[in-house]
Design a protein around this ligand. Structure first.
Ligand SMILES: *Cc1c(COP(=O)(O)O)cnc(C)c1O
Length: 384
C-alpha cells in the first residue's frame, strides 16, 4: 500500500493571481517595491516585533544577525549540539566559536539548565531553535540570557505561526530568523526574514542590508507568492496539528517508535542521564500553545532501525527522512563542549521525521496515512 501525498508547494489559484497582479503592476521589476515593504509590516504585526526585515534565506538571516551584533573572532555562541547544522556553520563562518549544550529530550531544543555550565566571559549570544512543532523552553532561556546579558537569537524557521502561551514564536528573541525556503511552511523557493525586538536592534541591521543597494534581497515576485500562504497559515497549522494529535492518539499501534510530542501528554523517558533528574527541567506548558509542524518526529530504536524505516518509507511514497546530524562528535578544535550531549547524539542517530505535506491530509485520508505508517512500523520492527 502506498500513500497519496498532498501536493506541496501548494497549487492554489490565489498564488497565481497574486503573482500575476505584481507582474501586471510592474512591481516585479523594481528595487524597494511597496509589496516587499508591506510584507515587512505584515510580518512585524503578525510576530509582534518592532521590526521585520526581509532577506534571501533563513541561513543568511542568522549570519546577518551575528554580523550586525559584531559577533566574530574571540566571541562564543551557545547552541544545541542537535540543531539545524547551518547554524553551527554560520557561527564558524563569522569567526566565532560554537559552544555546544545538549537538547532537552522532550523539546529537542537546548536545555536551559545547561546554560550556566556553558557560561564564559566570551559568550555573546545563544541560538534557541524550535523544532518539530515543539516549543523550546524559551521563557527560561530568555531569563538566563537577560541575567547574563547574552543576545538571544530565536530560530523560528520551522515554526512559522506557532504561539507559545499566546505569544508568537519569533517574538521572544532579541532577534529571530524566519525561512521561506522551498521545504518550509510558507515557501517562496528561497527567502527569509529577520525579526528585531527593538528599533535599536533593527537599526544595526541597516548597514548590512542596505548599502544602499540591497545586499540579501527578497524579490517582489517572492513576496507575492508568500502573501496568500500567510493568509492560510493558521488554518493549515491547525489541520497539521490536529493530524499530529490524531497520530499521537494512535501511538499504541507503533510501539517501536517513540513520538516527540506534547510534553504534558507523554514525556520522553530519561534514559541514562541521572544528572538531569535534580534540575527543575519541566518542559513548558504546551496546552495554551498553537503548534506549527514543519516536521513531526519519532525516535527509532537504533540507527539501523532508522535506516530501514527511511528506506521502506520511500517505497510507500511517505515523505520520511532522517533528522539532523548531531554536532556532538565535532572536534574540540572547532567548538567548546562544556557538557555531555547524549540526547543530541541519540537524536542525531535515531530521530526521523515525517514532512508537513503528509500532515495536510483531510479526515478521510488520514486513516490511510495511519494505515501506511503502521504497516511501515510493523515491516521494519524486526530490524530493531
Ligand atoms: C530551514 C531551516 C533554516 C534555514 O533556512 P533556509 O531559508 O533554508 O536557509 C534554519 N533553521 C532551521 C531550524 C531550519 O529548519
Amino acid at each position: 500500500m502506498t500513500f497519496e501525498c498532498p501536493k506541496w508547494p501548494p497549487d492554489w489559484p490565489e498564488i497565481g493571481q497574486s503573482v500575476e497582479s505584481v507582474l501586471r503592476s510592474g512591481a516585479w521589476g523594481q528595487y524597494h517595491s511597496d509589496i516587499c515593504k508591506q510584507l515587512e509590516k505584515r510580518l512585524s504585526r503578525q510576530f509582534e516585533t518592532a521590526v521585520a526585515r526581509l532577506c534571501c534565506s533563513g541561513t543568511a538571516a542568522l549570519e546577518i544577525a551575528l554580523r550586525a551584533q559584531q559577533i566574530g573572532p574571540g566571541d562564543e555562541v551557545i547552541l544545541a549540539a542537535y540543531d539545524y547544522p547551518g547554524n553551527f556553520r554560520t557561527v564558524e563562518l563569522v569567526g566565532a566559536r560554537p559552544v555546544l549544550v545538549d537538547v532537552h529530550p522532550d523539546t529537542v531544543s537546548l536545555d536551559p539548565n545547561l546554560l550556566k555550565a556553558a557560561a564564559s566571559p566570551s559568550v555573546r549570544a545563544v541560538i534557541a531553535t524550535h523544532l518539530y512543532g515543539q516549543p523550546a523552553q524559551i521563557d527560561a532561556i530568555r531569563l538566563i540570557c537577560d541575567q547574563q546579558k547574552w543576545l538571544l537569537i530565536e530560530d523560528a524557521c520551522q515554526v512559522m505561526g506557532m504561539t507559545i502561551a499566546g505569544q508568537p514564536a519569533g517574538s521572544f528573541g532579541d532577534l529571530a530568523t524566519l525561512s521561506f525556503g522551498g521545504s518550509k511552511l510558507v515557501s517562496a523557493g528561497c527567502g527569509g526574514a529577520l525579526l528585531a525586538k527593538s528599533e535599536r536592534l533593527a537599526a544595526r541591521l541597516g548597514p548590512l542590508l542596505d548599502r544602499p543597494g540591497e545586499t540579501y534581497p527578497l524579490a517582489p515576485l517572492q513576496a507575492a507568492a508568500i502573501n496568500p500562504q500567510l493568509d492560510r497559515l493558521a488554518e493549515l497549522n491547525h489541520r497539521r496539528a490536529a493530524n499530529v494529535e490524531w497520530l499521537s492518539d494512535h501511538q499504541a499501534a507503533m510501539p517501536h517508535w517513540r513520538m516527540i510530542e506534547n510534553p504534558k501528554a507523554r514525556r520522553f523517558p530519561d534514559r541514562d542521564k541521572p544528572d538531569l533528574e535534580d534540575g527543575n527541567h519541566s518542559a513548558p506548558d504546551a496546552n495554551d500553545s498553537a503548534p506549527a509542524h514543519y516536521k513531526t518526529a519519532w525516535i527509532a530504536n537504533s540507527q539501523t532501525h532508522r535506516t530501514s524505516i527511511i528506506q521502506a518509507a520511500k517505497d510507500r511514497n511517505l515523505p520520511i527522512g532522517a533528522g539532523f546530524r548531531s554536532a556532538s562528535r565535532c572536534s574540540s578544535r572547532r567548538c567548546r563542549k562544556p557538557v555531555e550531549t547524549p540526547y543530541s547524539q541519540t537524536f542525531g542517530e535515531q530521530l526521523f521525521v515525517l514532512d508537513h505535506r503528509a500532515l495536510l491530509v483531510n479526515d478521510d485520508q488520514r486513516k490511510s496515512l495511519l494505515q501506511v505508517l503502521t504497516q511501515l512500523h510493523d515491516d521494519t520492527a524486526k530490524t530493531n
